[in-house]
Design a protein around this ligand. Structure first.
Ligand SMILES: [Zn+2]
Length: 226
């Protein structure tokens, strides 16, 4: 059985980052003190083992992690069959999607934002997992900004809703908004994936970093390991 974890601002550890990044920020690219981030990453790795982070670019590239991958690959999803490595996706409103095969053939971590939903990153990951032998895939959709909080402009709204009608939502203020998490869940179910959990809203829950709420902020993680 794969193990999964979604970190929060102050959980499962009181982190070393301060100010806007307080306290368990795991991202090096957001302007935080890199020594504090490395100490936070070290705390996490003591529990989950050696971890692979991505240089996430809102693309649809999947990297297969084997014993040769040690650097930080540029990708928005990682897949592995290795039992001695944890896969990490960093987010602050985007969806951290964790996937595993019940027969333990492989696991995956994916970064699914608005662009990830529309550019097919999820289908790409599922295809690779199935090539690796996965027949019974389950998913956990981590905490992300909810439909009522994710108000967008008309062009963006239309672009997403044309592809994912279920993403259509109304914001707290009555504006056009997107429920990416709901659209992703429906997409996974239609592809034969069982969704076992869907997390709450990062914008409303101050236990999480939220880019929409805070702008200058840290990143929490979705982590999966065999
Ligand atoms: Zn919300």
């Amino acid at each position: 059985m794969a193990s999964t974890l979604f970190t929060q601002r102050h959980s499962p550890y009181k982190g070393k980052s301060v100010g806007a990044y307080s306290s368990f920020n795991l991202a090096l690219h957001v302007g935080d003190d890199s020594e504090a981030v490395e100490r936070n990453r070290f705390s996490l790795s003591r529990d989950v083992g050696p971890s692979v982070y991505m240089n996430q670019v809102h693309g649809n590239s999947v990297v297969i992690v084997d014993s040769h991958v040690i650097a930080q690959p540029t990708a928005d999803a990682l897949v592995t069959q290795e039992a001695n490595v944890a896969l990490v996706v960093l987010v602050a409103d985007c969806i951290p999607l964790l996937l595993w095969d019940n027969k333990e053939s492989c696991i995956a971590a994916a970064h699914v934002g608005r662009r990830g939903l529309t550019n097919g990153i999820t289908s790409n990951v599922l295809e690779i997992m199935r090539i690796m032998g996965a027949r019974d895939i389950q998913a956990s959709i981590g905490p992300s900004i909810c439909g009522a909080c994710y108000e967008v402009g008309d062009d963006v709204f239309q672009e997403v809703v044309d592809l994912f009608p279920l993403a259509q939502c109304k914001s707290h203020r009555g504006g056009r908004s997107l429920d990416l998490s709901k659209a992703l869940e429906a997409h996974l179910l239609a592809d034969g994936v069982e969704v076992v959990a869907r997390g709450g809203c990062t914008n409303e829950d101050e236990n999480y970093f939220s880019y929409r709420r805070d702008g200058h902020t840290g990143r929490q993680a979705g982590v999966i390991w065999l």
